[in-house]
Write a protein that binds this ligand. Structure first.
Ligand code: PHE
Length: 502
């Protein structure tokens, strides 16, 4: 038939030889075509109503690397429980974790599950067993072992009771799902007619070579037509990590909007991270809870004396700002302490100390550190998007407009501005976005206009709009993640599945 390509004819013939109905694999074998070639041919054939494609889909659960590890060495809560048993039923969390050989980041997870399974009491740092002897292997552990032994498991084969157990394992990142498809092709009546009539097979040439052209032989051959829109098997080439792509995009958007990038060191003095931003030296955010202080070297250098004195006086009594200040004795020793910067506002304020002439539009996309418990929405090391605009008559409205433009360019539509508080801005606000998957509003960034107490010591006379916020949150929305840790997990499956462009 005119219009049918070689592969399509071959597939039809193979299908006729296989009694009119067969799987893609069988047709590939019979016709000598590659699996993907059969699939491409099948698509055209079904469009022409010569065959029907029957699809059967199911999900296969396999263990992640972490899952395989636990299947072999036991879930962390089981290991911690055994350690407690060995220690006589009661011990300090740290001691039990050491006895169990658990990594520090696993301990909170193990504790959480120990409590959920009601195996222990926890009071302060003390763990006390709630069971006399080792509890029997639970359904979750059994399921983990089953998947480990059989390497994979058809999700649909599980009974209703086990499905939620599997879901819990998936949420714990121990199991991942992959969709499998089985396709069968079947000749339609028209297809039978066509296949029976006998199809003339003319070998086609897929590549036009110089020889074919020079010899003029190209006139006598049949060149294969290609359907460039046909689906192809997935390939997994190397690509830039999704988070890096988002960092890159944030940079490009700011550049498009006329901003210039600034960068600064990861280690800053408390002076830039806190003092220059009018955060009092006894501010709770400075405590060891949130801030990583350097053990060695402990202290850095302060900037020129005039600036330090102005900052000191502003803290103590408000200096020339009309403010009363915080009313305490400012210590330069405290300001010299070195910290892993907790926000990139340290860089924008430092920039202002040496660049005072408006207009200024600078941004940074860079790493910051906070001593926080790592959870589905918190990391201890993450990136912030930060920036300032300095100009004569700018107002908070300009800032809202700028941020709205920025986030819209990112593809986030539902964004609002809510009132907020920061010690260095007045008024202060936060930009929030609706996360469709988590079904709640999440904070994108803090923002506001730097207070006179921040600007006066820097010698800035213009209003300064400032903002800063987490980049990983943005990545969560962009990539549809409900767990921020995925961005730093070594999860090859997820990395492969995440498309290069959205
Ligand atoms: N530095 C603040 C934070 O890390 C954000 C912020 C920056 C708020 C600039 C106001 C102005 O959360």
């Amino acid at each position: 038939m005119a219009g049918l390509r070689l592969h399509e004819k071959k597939a039809l013939i193979a299908l006729r030889m296989l009694d009119g109905k067969a799987s893609v694999e069988d047709i590939a074998e019979k016709s000598g075509l590659a699996h993907a070639a059969v699939m491409r041919a099948a698509l055209t054939l079904s469009e022409r109503n010569l065959i029907k494609i029957h699809e059967q889909k199911w999900n296969v659960a396999t263990l992640t690397e972490e899952g395989e590890y636990y299947a072999q060495y036991g879930l962390p809560e089981r290991r911690l429980l055994r350690a407690l048993l060995r220690l006589g039923g009661e011990a300090d969390v740290d001691e039990a974790a050491r006895e169990a050989g658990l990594d520090a980041e696993i301990v909170p997870i193990a504790l959480g599950w120990l409590k959920r399974k009601n195996w222990v009491f926890i009071r302060g740092k003390k763990c006390t067993l709630n069971v006399e002897a080792e509890p029997p292997i639970g359904v979750d552990e059994k399921l983990l072992a089953t998947i480990f032994e059989s390497r994979s498991l058809r999700v649909e084969d599980l009974n209703e009771e086990l499905k939620p157990v599997l879901e819990t394992l998936r949420k714990r990142n121990l199991v991942e799902f992959e969709e499998k498809v089985h396709r069968e092709l079947e000749l339609t009546e028209e297809g039978w007619r066509m296949a029976k009539k006998g199809l003339e097979i003319v070998e086609e040439v897929t590549q036009l070579t110089p020889e074919l052209i020079v010899s003029g032989h190209w006139r006598n051959i049949k060149l294969t037509e290609f359907d460039v829109t046909a689906p192809v098997p997935p390939v997994y080439p190397g690509k830039v990590h999704p988070l890096q792509q988002i960092i890159q995009r944030a940079r490009e958007i700011f550049l498009e909007m006329g901003f210039t990038e600034i960068r600064g060191p990861l280690v800053e003095t408390a002076f830039w991270n806190f003092d220059a931003l009018f955060q009092p030296q006894d501010h709770p955010a400075r405590e060891m809870m949130d801030t990583f202080y350097l053990a060695y070297p402990q202290a850095g250098r302060l900037p020129y004396k005039g600036l330090v004195e102005a900052v000191a006086k502003t803290h103590e009594n408000g200096w020339i700002t009309g403010s009363k200040g915080w009313g305490y004795k400012w210590s330069s020793e405290e300001a010299k302490k070195l910290v892993l910067r907790t926000h990139t506002t340290a860089e924008t304020i430092k920039y202002l100390a040496t660049h005072k002439k408006p207009p200024i539009k600078v941004f940074s996309v860079d790493r910051v550190y906070r001593n926080e418990q790592v959870t589905y929405r918190h990391l201890a090391e993450f990136h912030q998007i930060e920036g300032i605009i300095v100009d004569k008559d700018v107002t908070l409205r300009d800032l809202m407009g700028t941020l709205k433009t920025f986030y819209t360019k990112f593809g986030i539509e539902k964004i609002e501005f809510w009132p907020s508080y920061f010690p260095y801005t007045e008024p202060s606000a936060q930009a929030v976005a609706y996360h469709p998957k988590l079904k709640r509003w999440i904070e994108l960034c803090g923002m506001g206009m730097f207070r006179p107490e921040v600007l006066a010591p820097m010698g800035i006379k213009c209003p300064v709009l400032a903002w800063g916020g987490g980049l990983e949150r943005l990545a969560m929305i962009e990539l549809g993640l409900d767990d921020i840790r995925m961005l730093y997990a070594n999860n090859v499956g997820w990395l492969r599945r995440t498309p290069l462009c959205q």
